[in-house]
Design a protein around this ligand. Structure first.
Ligand code: GH3
Ligand code: MG
Ligand code: MG
Length: 322
């Protein structure tokens, strides 16, 4: 009887322990389930944010420089399928020049709104503005790279610059650009000891053209002359509208004799062209080569003087400054 009661007591105790263990297990299971919900919630939350951001977002494994995830904007900027991009090395697409010397992981720098380059799946280069933030998620380190495509902004900047430096009527550079260009070219002459020449030409008796045929015909002549001259020049030559009917050509790498030959070609091309309404138009040209000790002003004065010499000597000719 005593034995029976002992066994019963033991069984009750075991049952109690078992119930306690079950309760603990139930509690931890509920906790795990809750954690699972929270984890999938935060993942969904993260994905929702990535999808909503109007910028490319890439999650990078900083140790292997591999792309772990990317949003739709990043995918469409790169082009192709997201699953083919995931797992690739980030430098294949973003900042290719920084491979092996990553500013974040190797040089421990901060990248915040810096201009960088993105290479898309077809190998085209896109200028981007990029920010990188290191984060720790589930005890792992990641880099979150956010970037926006600035090619449109760059195109607009270039277009604005082009408009600001171009003469609308003729498409030649306007005078605003002159100082910057001549200064740069003179610096180059000094550094590389290469020749630099300038040609200036002015239309002969242009006032008569306007007076006889009207301003619009005069404008058409200016346009046509610019077109004819541009076709003769090399890509490296600068062609500029100096004033009303005066033009300047800055030609690096050619000396006085070569500049004379070029000026003669221009003079003959214009002189031989049959302009609408008017028959013949001629121009007078001055030529000067940069000399040691020349300033911008003295250089331009020499070419201007030689052009007026050509006018004085009878027009429709080229005069070279000594
Ligand atoms: P020269 O042979 O001595 O150079 O005589 P010119 O008549 O060409 O010189 P002048 O300086 O007396 O006249 C220049 C003329 O150029 C005056 C002006 O009517 C004309 N001109 C200047 N800018 C423009 C322009 O944008 N359009 C037109 N149609 N004419 C212009
Ligand atoms: Mg003139
Ligand atoms: Mg003039």
């Amino acid at each position: 009887m005593a034995d029976e009661s002992k066994t019963k007591k033991h069984l009750v105790n075991e049952l109690k322990k078992l119930r306690h263990r079950i309760a603990v297990l139930e509690k931890s299971e509920a906790k795990l389930r809750q954690m699972g919900v929270e984890l999938s919630d935060s993942e969904a939350y993260l994905k929702a944010i990535m999808a909503a951001i109007p910028a490319g977002v890439m999650i990078i494994d900083p140790e292997r420089h591999r792309i772990v995830d990317l949003n739709e904007t990043a995918t469409s900027l790169i082009g192709g399928q997201k699953k083919r991009i995931i797992g690739k090395e980030c430098h294949q697409y973003v900042c290719p020049a920084e491979k092996g010397r990553c500013p974040i992981t190797d040089l421990h720098q901060v990248i915040d709104n810096s201009e960088r380059v993105l290479i898309d799946a077809k190998g085209r280069k896109l200028p981007i503005i990029k920010t990188v933030v290191p984060v720790t998620f589930r005890n792992c380190k990641f880099l979150i790279e956010t970037f926006i495509d600035i090619s449109e902004r760059k195109r607009m900047d270039e277009e604005l610059k082009r408009l600001a430096t171009t003469d609308i009527l003729t498409g030649a550079y306007n005078r605003t650009s002159f100082d910057e260009i001549i200064e740069r070219e003179i610096e180059r002459v000094k550094r590389y000891n290469k020749p630099l020449s300038v040609i200036m030409f002015d239309i002969d008796h242009f006032k008569q053209v306007n007076d006889t045929f009207g301003h619009n015909v005069g404008d058409a002549v200016l346009k046509k002359i610019a077109y004819l001259v541009k076709k003769i020049l090399r890509k490296v030559d600068y062609f500029m509208r100096w004033g009303g009917e005066e033009f300047i050509i800055i030609s690096a790498g050619i000396d006085r004799e070569q500049a004379y030959t070029l000026a003669e070609r221009i003079r003959k091309r214009i002189g031989n062209y049959k302009f609408d309404h008017i028959d013949k138009i001629t121009v007078s040209c001055g030529v000067a080569e940069y000399q040691e000790g020349d300033t911008e002003n003295s250089f331009i004065k020499r070419v201007d003087d030689s052009m007026y010499q050509a006018k004085r000597e009878g027009r429709n000719r080229v005069a070279v400054a000594v």
